[in-house]
Ligand binder design. Structure first.
Ligand code: TYC
Length: 101
């Protein structure tokens, strides 16, 4: 750009906001088998067995846990995949998403 434009342009704040991120959470229940939850975490969240087992136990003990943070579209896809997989196996496992502050 021309040198005369520099003064003006440097006063313009770049308003490029990053898109919001969404926490995907798994909820505890009394019926879904622990091994099924571990499998879900490995299959849909790319966790290794040890990580998956640890997060499953956290959900089991605390009631819920964040299993990943994603863009809105990816988070929606993960929730839908988990809910569909749980429903097909007739487990009441619940997966939800929440905007990150
Ligand atoms: N509470 C379940 C049980 O004792 C295990 C479980 C863990 C269920 C995590 C859901 O998101 C969950 N079989």
């Amino acid at each position: 750009r021309d040198d005369e434009d520099v003064d003006l342009l440097t006063k313009v704040k770049p308003k490029t906001k990053r898109p919001p991120l969404y926490k995907v959470m798994l909820l505890n229940d009394d019926f879904t088998p622990m091994e099924f939850v571990v499998h879900v975490l490995e299959r849909f969240f790319g966790l290794n067995h040890a990580q998956a087992f640890e997060i499953m136990l956290t959900v089991h003990k605390k009631g819920l846990a964040v299993v990943g943070v994603f863009s809105h579209e990816i988070a929606e896809t993960k929730v839908a995949q988990v809910m569909d997989f749980a429903r097909r196996h007739q487990h009441p496992l619940q997966c939800t998403m929440e905007k990150e502050e």
